[in-house]
Ligand binder design. Structure first.
Ligand code: HEM
Length: 477
């Protein structure tokens, strides 16, 4: 049987003598190449997935200008790839030599000595340390961290009667929680929280300095915990029998921050958008008739925060079931979002089914699913409890999405509500400045709520330059 070869076609040039209709400028499929980094893709990714699916279970895409990749859109093929680490290894080092050093996707895809980019025994060793570190934080303790952080943030905007729930809540809360999980001492806590807030705000001008600050704080934290261990993830990682080297340790802590914070921010924002815009959940805000967990599971199916990722690097062409060829000269990304929407799955998507791929699958499946669910669920419950009459300040269709090939991330989530007084909790520990933080910079916090992109906001398509400088630091270790 001749293998089907959806990637062997020339997708760049139309066959001679055949006139191709010209797509409108900015179309994700302009020039025959499907570009996942343009704003038009972010505006309607499902339409793009549908047209890619017409090409077969895998399709060629560009994840940055001149950076080709293979995107898997079929659920069954996604599982086949994710469960075959021998043919689909994570190590990107051979590939990354072939793309420009300043490529905006490099920071998300380049090699670091942590479990995300390693295979086999090294991966098992690094992941065992990370799993044990994560499991040291019990769910009751984690709930407490989220509740305190949420109350602190809500107190900031509750008296105002309006807020951007992305920049003033969803984006900050996971940072505060990680601060607690790392048991950062107050003098480092404020520096770290501010640095992370600036970094995730994505304002390039401030990012370089914020990165340096993040790195310095992490190194200082590790040194402190080496000298004086505590009951926290950093101390547990240091003491783990896997005996992580200093480079592995710092890379693992940075992985926890990078892999943990941004998707959780987007999970919180995406689920709040659903709850505030969909009539099926409207009763749940006031009457409690629909569980927040149901909304979370729905988002993990329909708008997974990591939309296209779980990247692997086959070292030669691989033929999958049905003769599908995956070329060995480019990264393979799983479209977790497209696989979830695979028409072949329609019965499996029934309410409550958790077979979605939002956490990926196989040896690199997200190790922090329960922690992420707890953070997101408590974040939403606490907010709705304090501000039950919350409503979107703009029509849901006016909300815009941040461009980028990997994530499903809103630009802003403006809301209004009857103003309420702050709770008493922020005065409880006046001597401890751990929670005495203002929401990060507010260059993207609207004066009047609006969902449209603003100059200088993280939604402007700004490449994540802050990650570049972090990478430079990693290289220099
Ligand atoms: C507490 C928050 C979180 C932490 C600490 C965390 C941590 C991690 C880590 C360390 C990995 C790499 C595992 C490995 O390679 O063996 C990972 C993978 C992954 N995580 Fe999470 N994560 C968090 C939240 C989330 C959320 C909210 C999502 C999206 C719903 C998510 C989706 C994923 C996916 C898709 C992968 C697989 C990536 C790949 O194989 O390339 N994570 N996560």
């Amino acid at each position: 049987m001749t293998p089907t070869d959806p990637l062997g076609q020339d997708h760049v040039h139309p066959p001679e003598g055949r006139q191709q209709p010209m797509p409108p400028p900015g179309c994700p499929a302009h020039d025959g190449v499907t570009r996942l980094y343009v704003p038009e893709f972010a505006a309607d990714p499902n339409a793009v997935y549908e047209s890619l699916r017409a090409q077969g279970p895998v399709a060629p895409v560009e994840i940055a200008p001149g950076v080709p990749a293979t995107l898997v859109t079929s659920y069954a093929t996604a599982l086949e790839v994710l469960r075959d680490p021998r043919n689909f290894p994570k190590d990107p080092r051979r590939w990354q030599q072939t793309i420009p050093a300043d490529s905006p996707v490099l920071p998300m895809l380049m090699y670091r000595e942590n479990c995300l980019f390693t295979d086999g025994e090294l991966h098992r060793r690094l992941r065992s340390a990370l799993n044990d570190g994560l499991s040291g934080v019990d769910s009751g303790t984690l709930r407490g961290y989220v509740e305190r952080g949420a109350a602190t943030l809500i107190d900031e905007f509750a008296p105002v009667g309006e807020a951007d729930l992305l920049t003033q809540y969803g984006r900050l809360l996971p940072i505060l929680v990680f601060d607690q999980m790392f048991n950062t001492p107050p003098h480092l806590s404020e520096r770290l929280t501010k640095a992370l807030g600036t970094i995730f705000e994505g304002v390039a001008a401030d990012a370089e300095q914020a990165n340096t600050e993040l790195v310095l704080c992490t190194v200082e934290l590790v040194e402190m915990r080496r000298a004086e261990p505590g009951r926290d993830i950093v101390s547990w990682l240091i003491a783990h029998p896997a005996e992580l080297t200093q480079e592995e340790l710092l890379s693992t802590i940075m992985l926890l921050v990078a892999a943990g914070i941004e998707p959780t921010q987007n999970l919180i924002a995406n689920v709040l958008r659903l709850l505030l815009s969909d009539d099926r959940f409207a009763g749940g805000l006031t009457g409690g008739s629909v569980s927040v967990d149901d909304a979370l599971v729905e988002i993990l199916w329909t708008d997974p925060p990591m939309a296209n990722y779980a990247t692997t690097h086959p070292i030669h062409d691989v033929y999958l079931a049905g003769g599908v060829r995956i070329p060995g000269d480019r990264p393979v990304l799983i479209s977790l979002a497209a696989a979830n929407a695979d028409p072949a799955l329609s019965s499996a998507r029934a309410s409550g089914n958790r077979a979605h791929l939002a956490w990926s699958a196989g040896p690199h499946v997200c190790p922090a699913q329960s922690q992420a669910m707890t953070i997101a669920a408590v974040a939403v419950e606490t907010l709705l409890d304090r501000l039950p009459d919350l409503e979107l300040a703009v029509p849901v269709d006016d909300l815009t999405w941040r461009p980028g090939p990997f994530h499903r991330a809103l630009n802003a989530l403006p809301v209004r509500f009857p103003a309420v007084r702050p709770s008493a909790q922020t005065d409880e520990n006046p001597g401890d400045n751990r929670w005495n933080v203002s929401p990060a910079p507010t260059s993207s916090t609207p004066q009047a709520p609006t969902s449209k992109e603003r100059p200088g906001s993280s939604g402007s398509g700004e490449p994540r330059r802050w990650l570049n400088s972090l990478v430079r630091w990693w290289r220099g270790l």
